[in-house]
Design a protein around this ligand. Structure first.
Ligand SMILES: [Zn+2]
Length: 295
């Protein structure tokens, strides 16, 4: 065992050093605006330091965002240490803090989502609850979510691709700027989703939209002459996919895609990405919608 801290060279690496006393740790705690005591964290006892953190988490005079990020700071400092030792990876503390904030925000959002889910389940006891349905055998279903922030005039869009067992294969999200209406965002979002399916070489895709305007435009172009230009664009892109369908998805059964689209704006995540599986913070929601294998 090498007792030297790989981040700062301190002799005698310990839990307390990694999480509280290391120069990296101190920078992260300071950058994250955590108001620990003026004398700093205790030099030896991580028990004492964790105790202070638990008090801080309960202290309502500390901003909620800061309090929520505390467990993530601890976790990320630990991960940072392992990253250096096992993968030779170093990160800038400022990036670390950005990542911590993002995770804390997502966690909170997922919790709220879960609460919402429980509420809906209770409601379902009295009424009939609609549920998301998987595509037929051999098909994939691409749910499109669109979220518009009217004040800021920007939109977030997301798609979630699931197989015939309801398992999430891929998801993606991005911000759309200069979209003045929900309609424009739905249109741009759909074009983007179709293009993404094509670029992943997928050829049996059902596009599920909760706003059915463009479904109608695609399926009954003659009834929507004012949308001729959009219809041509959409057909041009759809032409690259061998088999496709467009269907209407209920708002409530499109919740997963919608919440991801919402996260683009709510958390200011303008960077777009494609990732395999469902986002970690929404895994519960998507797993609930998976098909139960028949025994
Ligand atoms: Zn150190």
């Amino acid at each position: 065992m090498d007792p030297v801290c790989q981040a700062c060279g301190f002799q005698g690496e310990s839990i307390n050093h990694i999480i509280f006393r290391c120069s990296i740790a101190r920078q992260v705690w300071a950058l994250a605006d955590v108001p620990y005591s003026e004398s700093g964290f205790d030099e030896v006892s991580h028990f004492s330091n964790f105790h202070s953190l638990l008090l801080l988490i309960k202290n309502s005079s500390v901003p909620e965002g800061v309090r929520n990020s505390i467990p993530w700071i601890v976790w990320y400092l630990w991960k940072y240490r392992n990253g250096i030792i096992f993968e030779g990876k170093q990160a800038r503390t400022i990036d670390l803090v950005a990542k911590i904030r993002e995770e804390a925000e997502f966690w909170l959002m997922a919790q709220k989502n879960e609460e919402q889910g429980v509420k809906e389940e209770q409601e379902a006891v009295t009424g009939v609850k609609k549920s998301w349905s998987a595509p037929p055998n051999g098909w994939l279903k691409c749910n499109l979510g669109v979220y518009q922030n009217k004040e800021q005039k920007n939109c977030g869009v997301a798609w979630v691709l699931r197989n015939d067992r309801g398992k999430v294969m891929l998801h993606s999200r991005r911000a759309l700027s200069n979209t003045n209406s929900k309609e424009e965002a739905s249109y741009q979002g759909l074009l983007w989703a179709i293009e993404s399916m094509h670029s992943h070489h997928l050829n049996r895709v059902i596009f599920a939209l909760d706003d059915d305007l463009f479904m109608k435009v695609i399926l009954r172009p003659k009834a929507w002459p004012n949308y001729r230009c959009q219809q041509l664009q959409l057909m041009e892109r759809l032409g690259k996919i061998e088999w496709w369908r467009v269907i209407k998805e209920d708002r409530e059964t499109n919740r997963g895609a919608f919440v991801i689209a919402q996260s683009v704006i709510r958390s200011g995540l303008s960077q777009s990405y494609v990732a395999t599986g469902a986002p970690r913070w929404l895994r519960g929601l998507f797993e609930n919608e998976e098909c139960v294998p028949s025994t």
